[in-house]
Write a protein that binds this ligand. Structure first.
Ligand code: GLU
Length: 482
């Protein structure tokens, strides 16, 4: 049987790391099995669902490269893929459940329910634990009156399944109440919507967060009442904060888009998330193809994993270095733009500068920061570095250095290095006498990649111009402390 998995977000906010991990595991499984990955939007909570949230989910998934085979924007044979466009389908299934005696219309008013709740409290002394007492189970049906549709949970017995992640799970039916399946306005509640969609969309494996374990018995009852074959189920433990609570905004950036904005690359986000709850020996770094090849349910952990920013950064840095300089350069362009710098993604200077930055950068933001001086004219100077190294005594050295490198041909790191070495020997100078003033002249900073690499990437014209201009400034500097 072809594997069909799905991801069914509710568009009520940004795409959270935990939800992405659910999407990712499903996606990996579909890709590994040559199956289909279906995206379905569960937008029945009309008060909280928004189009912006929908767009944010699609954007984040596209950015991550989690492409879907069926769903919004791409269509498919089981659409529509928005629940609010499927109300007729739910209506038909609700009627079918009623016909089969597995559901019933409930005419209880809010008042009736309030009264029943108070009675429960009086009888048990407990605020919580109220279960609908089944008042309308045997009531004569009058479809014209306002009503909801409730599941008629069979009495006695239990519901169990062999969870792909958690192993065998079993719930006693008397722990289940006759939950509402459909509101009076014809909008289904989650359990009806999800089960009907999973049935009609031919889903073979349902994997979601383990906050839904409690819903699965009700959904299984719907399948059973309809005589539909059960899919497999799997429930993923939560992602926890470093201190073991449910991960929330208080602990970390939890929206995928925040990581994009902080200059993380998609493969690093996927790699980090997959490892938060799945392992393959002690391997930490995976390419996307390796993940598809190696992912399995057997090694998904049964308990929550803790979010760890340091590890995330490590994974991000590793993935940055796995990219080609051209890819890193292209990724850095928007972050340069954020610094008011313009460069084309294939600008050879940007590609070369990005390559120089890669050994020390963690994110694309770091890359943009590191290559800034290659594109800013004049480069921004660290005032402390300038004060320390661009003193009058440095001026003649910078001028001579300028002369020494002017004729160098080709203007590349090794030829530059050889020419400067000859000049230093002639002058009986050491590189350190000129290296820091030159660095500040060329980059504005105290620390940078090797001087000759910087010169090569800057090119002759900018190198000479910056050395001259810094020599001029050094001459003008007051020689305090010299
Ligand atoms: N809309 C539900 C959620 O976002 C989906 C649960 C499921 O996958 O069945 O939690």
């Amino acid at each position: 049987m072809t594997v069909r998995v799905r991801y069914a977000p509710s568009p009520t906010g940004y795409l959270h790391l935990g939800s992405v991990r659910t999407a990712l595991y499903n996606w990996l499984w579909a890709r590994k099995q040559g199956g289909s990955f279906v995206l379905r939007v569960e937008d029945t909570d009309q008060g909280r669902s928004t189009q912006e949230a929908e767009a944010a989910i699609f954007d984040s998934m596209r950015w991550l490269g989690l492409d879907w085979d069926e769903g919004p924007q791409v269509g498919g044979p089981h659409g529509p893929y928005f629940q609010m466009q499927r109300l007729e389908v739910y209506q038909q299934f609700a009627e079918r459940l009623i016909e089969r005696g597995a559901a019933y219309r409930c005419f209880c008013t809010a008042e009736d329910l309030k009264r029943a709740r108070l009675e429960h409290k009086a009888a048990t002394g407990a605020e919580h634990g109220f279960r609908y007492p089944g008042t309308c189970r045997e009531r004569h049906s009058e479809p014209d009156l306002p009503h909801v549709i409730r599941l008629k949970v069979p009495e006695g017995g239990g519901i169990g399944w062999n969870d792909r992640v958690k192993g065998p799970l079993e719930f006693a039916l008397d722990s289940q109440q006759d939950a509402v399946l459909m509101r009076n306005n014809g909008v289904p509640l989650y359990n009806l919507g999800a089960a009907v969609d999973d049935i009609t969309m031919g889903i073979t494996l349902v994997v979601r967060g383990d906050d839904h374990v409690i819903n699965t018995p009700q959904q299984i009852l719907v399948y059973q009442a309809l005589g539909e074959p059960l899919p497999e189920f799997g429930h993923l433990p939560l992602i926890l904060s470093p201190s073991g609570e449910k991960l929330s905004k208080r602990h970390a950036a939890v929206a995928v888009a925040d990581y994009r904005d902080q200059g993380y690359v998609p493969d690093a986000v996927l790699n980090y998330l997959v490892r938060l709850g799945w392992s393959h020996g002690d391997q930490e770094i995976f390419t996307r193809d390796e993940l598809i090849e190696k992912f399995d349910w057997e090694h998904v952990g049964k308990t929550g994993s803790k979010y760890d920013l340091k590890k995330f950064q490590h994974v991000q840095a590793s993935h940055l270095r796995m990219r080609s300089p051209a890819q890193v350069a292209a990724g850095a362009v928007p972050f340069l733009a954020a610094r008011d710098l313009t460069a084309a993604a294939d600008d050879p200077r940007l590609v070369a500068a990005s390559e120089l930055s890669m050994p020390r950068a963690t994110t694309l933001v770091d890359v943009a920061e590191a290559v800034d001086y290659f594109f800013r004219e004049p480069p921004e100077r660290d005032p402390k570095a300038a004060e320390k190294f661009l003193k009058p005594a440095a001026a003649p050295l910078l001028r001579q250095l300028c002369e020494a490198v002017t004729p160098v041909e080709p203007f590349d790191r090794s030829t530059l290095e050889a020419a400067v070495k000859t000049w230093l020997e002639q002058q009986a100078l050491e590189l350190k006498a000129v290296a820091q003033p030159a660095r500040v002249a060329l980059t504005g900073r105290k620390a940078s990649p090797g001087l000759f690499e910087v010169m090569e990437v800057l090119g002759r014209e900018l190198t000479l111009q910056r050395l001259q201009s810094a020599a001029g400034d050094a001459e003008q500097a007051t020689d305090a402390g010299a």
